[in-house]
Design a protein around this ligand. Structure first.
Ligand code: URA
Length: 297
């Protein structure tokens, strides 16, 4: 059994709040995949096939080249025991090049000089059809400077109404999870999504929408210079790391995103909070991922 992590009283309270009573993971098989939910993007994180819209749809990388960390190209079998903290560093798997027939966005934004200029760009953006259905573009929010960046998928209904990321139930869980490792969006973390406008009916983002929007995320990463990035859910992980690997094979280990300034930003992948709300049995694994992110140097 893995060593029980030291947890202080406050962390214990937070862990109870997010439904984790045990701070260790029993050795055993990865839980079976939950059935996908149509209404909650990111809620379904099956260990099997990647979502079609996201993979392979690598982020255009004018700003930041993804250098995914090493690791087996294929997902481990669903029954393989997982010991996230003890796994060796994974092998870099360079992102797949954009296919020749990849859709080209109508307009690629000129990189903004600072985040405020970029917020304006995002609010005005009409680079893909999602602008037609949005109430608000969701630029992102959080601490500046930001020690961590959290990257989700796309705004849901609440986020579209308020113009802020992760403000629904998933956001509450995310805040509680961050608090369990002593982090908050007010003080330490900037939260952004791969896609800044809500896909209608919470459908999966299309490749052309990802291609149009992801330069914004890349530029946010470049400007914010986070010490590390926590990527939530299969869609965001596959997009940011330029892979079609499963969430089960990506989480629990360190990846690296190479910034144009030469910095290598450690990246940890974990389950999307919407998925955790549906599959609370996986919260302990998500907490292992948070601890891994917190421990990275
Ligand atoms: N899910 C996401 O991926 N991002 C949000 O901002 C809200 C829900």
């Amino acid at each position: 059994m893995p060593a029980t992590p030291r947890v202080n009283a406050l962390q214990k309270l937070w862990l109870r709040e997010i439904g984790i009573e045990k701070t260790w993971l029993p050795a055993g098989p990865v839980a079976a995949a939950a059935a996908p939910s149509p209404e909650a993007r990111g809620a379904a994180e099956p260990e099997s096939a990647p979502r079609p819209a996201a993979a392979p749809a690598p982020v255009p990388r004018p700003a930041v080249a993804a250098a995914a960390a090493p690791g087996p190209a294929a997902a481990p079998p669903a029954a393989a025991p997982t010991r996230p903290a003890a796994r060796p560093a994974a092998v870099a798997k360079p992102p797949a090049p954009a296919p020749a027939d990849a859709p080209v966005p109508a307009t690629v934004p000129v990189p903004a000089h600072d985040l405020e200029a970029m917020r304006e760009q995002v609010v005005q953006c009409t680079a893909c059809g999602l602008c037609n259905g949005r109430r608000h573009a969701v630029f992102g929010m959080g601490a500046r400077p930001a020690r961590w960046m959290v990257v989700g998928e796309a705004p849901g209904e609440q986020e579209d109404r308020q113009g802020l990321p992760f403000v629904g139930r998933s956001g509450q869980l995310l805040d509680a999870m961050l608090a369990s490792v002593g982090m908050s969006r007010e003080k330490d973390v900037f939260i952004a999504n791969v896609i800044k406008c809500r896909p209608p009916g919470n459908r999966n983002p299309k490749p052309e929408e990802i291609a149009a929007c992801s330069p914004y995320l890349m530029r946010q990463i470049e400007l914010l210079k986070p010490e590390r990035i926590l990527v939530l859910g299969r869609f965001a992980a596959q997009t940011l790391l330029g892979t079609d690997a499963t969430i089960g094979s990506l989480r629990g280990r360190r990846h690296t995103l190479a910034a144009p300034d030469g910095r290598e930003i450690p990246v940890v992948v974990s389950y999307h909070p919407a998925y955790l709300l549906r599959s609370p049995g996986e919260k302990a694994r998500a907490w292992q991922d948070l601890r891994l992110a917190a421990a990275l140097g």
